[in-house]
Design a binder for this molecule. Structure first.
Ligand code: SER
Length: 569
């Protein structure tokens, strides 16, 4: 069975059970400073899991693009990837365990036709309710495993102790597929079991019962409504349906693997395949290589793929990019940024790094690993790998120091991102979000209606807003904009929310973020007669609470795009 059929079957199965399909959110979350990438299906839905009503109701289904940088070291085996698609269904305070577990069982065994004898399930120790439901579905008790919170509790931060204040989470119940052709490797423990890492079992479905929120005193409180957050990796489900433990042999990877050529070390080939696909997907969502944040992750992926391709005796080619785009032919993933831009970005990166790479590799025996990293711009993990592979002499102390510096850089970026907790819906951020709408409206009024939002990033300290405009703003323009925003703060405009269809929203003059795919029903935030935008929120209820607005800086953010940093006090 092909992946597109698995994806379609899942969506249709849940639509037939009253769910509304929503499009995948972009890989880079908009208006969410808490994280670099969307790394799980629930991330764009956090406000709704915490209790805000969803404009489309209480039953949602989708396939969400995800990127997990933390899995990068595991890429190379037959099942870990940094980019993946997560099939998800949600109950937002609607149904719970009694419906969810039987539906997932029916989907896996009837729709996908997975043989029951190959399926195992796990529950959180003590969750007798789930055990009984599984038994009722005919799962024999020796195939029901109980684990602790390290395995059967899900939140974005992990187990309850690690959850920051405000974060939702809950116990989960997983389904595993057994590849009987894979023999257990005792290196991973005497006895094989569903959570063993030997590769005989693969987790293909995870139903999270999102019913708690972490409080400031470290305890958990029940959410006002209990939710279900289901996630199943499309790549893994497709591998299970085809009874082949290697996800790189599913049709989600084979065209790209083929574009690499057929020979060479399989681990290296998988790494290139994973990295190129993830890089293409990021670029399709507007990320460009740089030395900061998402752009930095993208640059590392491309460079590591380039080094590996060089070792494999080839180079990153246009065919590889075409292979990724063709693989996702039936989706909307390449609607905003086209293949030409992606090819051009890779070519530019090749120009910057390719020559250095070829020189660096020629001299690899003569150059110190430190210089490979420092002078030639090799990603740190590549430098370390080369050291291991080639036995290069390395000034360990100097290298470790350098590595520490690099880790510190990543940590600082992450700390900045995570300030205010994972689910940063803090008052300061919310105020700045409302200020962003006022700024957007003021820019259009002062500069003209050609101004369109190109990006937005808000932390608790400042807002950052990118918009289309051909020239640097003059001090007079900046002044007028700030004055206009401040007038509308003083006017203490009421902020109201309405739910309507996308077409209606456009008709009533709501601004939409160009290039984003919106669901059928959207939320529209209106601030007096001054501003109206399609937006997911949250916002303050009256603009007066913003106090006063100041522009900190105005600069270029690419050709024809300007960037403003501003704050409120
Ligand atoms: N949030 C869960 C996960 O990411 C299920 O969707 O695994």
């Amino acid at each position: 069975m092909k992946s597109a059929e698995v994806r379609r079957k899942f969506i249709e199965f849940f639509k037939a059970r009253g769910h509304v399909e929503i499009p995948s959110a972009p890989l880079v979350p908009e208006n969410d400073p808490t994280t670099l990438f969307t790394s799980s299906g629930m991330q764009p839905l956090v406000p709704y899991l915490l209790g805000e009503p969803h404009p489309l109701g209480t039953r949602i289904v989708d396939s969400q693009k995800c990127f997990r940088a933390q899995d990068i070291d595991e890429v190379g085996n037959n099942r870990h990837t940094t980019f993946f698609e997560m099939l998800g269904n949600w109950s937002l305070g609607d149904y719970f365990k009694n419906e969810q577990l039987p539906w997932i069982w029916e989907f896996l065994t009837k729709e996908l036709g997975l043989p029951k004898e190959r399926l195992y399930v796990s529950v959180l120790k003590g969750d007798e309710e789930s055990v009984n439901i599984w038994k009722g579905l005919g799962v024999p008790k020796e195939k029901i495993f109980s684990y602790g919170v390290d395995k059967n509790w899900w939140s974005r931060a992990g187990e309850p102790d690690k959850m920051p204040e405000g974060e939702p989470g809950g116990p989960d119940s997983e389904v595993f597929y057994e590849f009987t052709q894979v023999k257990h490797d005792p290196k991973f423990g005497k006895q094989c079991h569903p959570n063993c890492d030997c590769g005989r079992f693969m987790e293909i479905a995870n139903s999270v019962f999102m019913q708690y929120r972490k409080l400031g005193d470290g305890s958990l409180e029940e959410l006002p409504k209990k939710n279900v957050d289901f996630g199943g990796g499309l790549e893994r489900m497709t591998a299970a349906v085809n009874d082949n433990p290697d996800v790189f042999q599913t049709d989600l990877f084979t065209p790209l693997m083929a574009a690499l050529g057929t020979s060479g070390d399989v681990r290296a080939r998988r790494i290139v395949t994973d990295h190129i696909k993830a890089a293409v997907m990021m670029m399709a969502d507007g990320v460009v290589p740089s030395n900061k944040m998402q752009g930095y992750v993208l640059r590392r992926l491309i460079r590591r793929a380039m080094v590996k391709m060089q070792q494999l005796g080839g180079h990153v080619s246009d065919e590889m990019i075409h292979a990724v785009v063709e693989t996702y032919g039936g989706t909307e993933y390449f609607k905003t940024v086209g293949i030409r831009f992606i090819k051009q970005t890779i070519a530019e990166e090749d120009e910057k790094f390719g020559k250095t790479l070829r020189e660096g590799m020629k001299n690899v025996e003569n150059v110190s690993p430190f210089d490979l990293y420092q002078t030639y711009g090799f990603p740190i993990e590549v430098t370390e790998e080369l050291y291991q592979e080639k036995g290069l002499r390395l000034d360990r102390e100097q290298f470790e120091k350098e590595k520490e510096k690099h880790q510190e850089l990543s940590r600082t970026a992450a700390a900045g991102m995570f300030k205010g907790g994972l689910a940063d819906k803090s008052g300061a951020t919310t105020k700045l979000h409302t200020a962003t709408h006022l700024l957007h409206a003021a820019l259009r009024q002062i500069l003209g209606p050609h101004v369109q939002q190109k990006g937005s990033n808000i932390t608790a300290e400042r807002l950052r807003f990118d918009f289309s405009h051909p020239a640097k703003l003059t001090p007079e323009e900046l002044d007028k904009i700030a004055v206009l925003v401040n007038e509308n703060i003083k006017a203490d405009l009421q902020v109201t929310i309405e739910v309507m269809s996308y077409d209606e929203a456009i008709k009533v003059g709501a601004l939409a973020f160009f290039g984003e795919r919106y669901p059928e029903k959207v939320k529209v935030y209106t601030m007096g007669a001054f501003s109206r935008e399609i937006c997911g929120g949250p916002h303050v209820t009256n603009t007066g609470v913003l106090g006063s607005f100041q522009i900190i800086k105005e600069e270029s953010a690419g050709s024809g795009v300007r960037r403003i940093y501003a704050t409120v006090a």
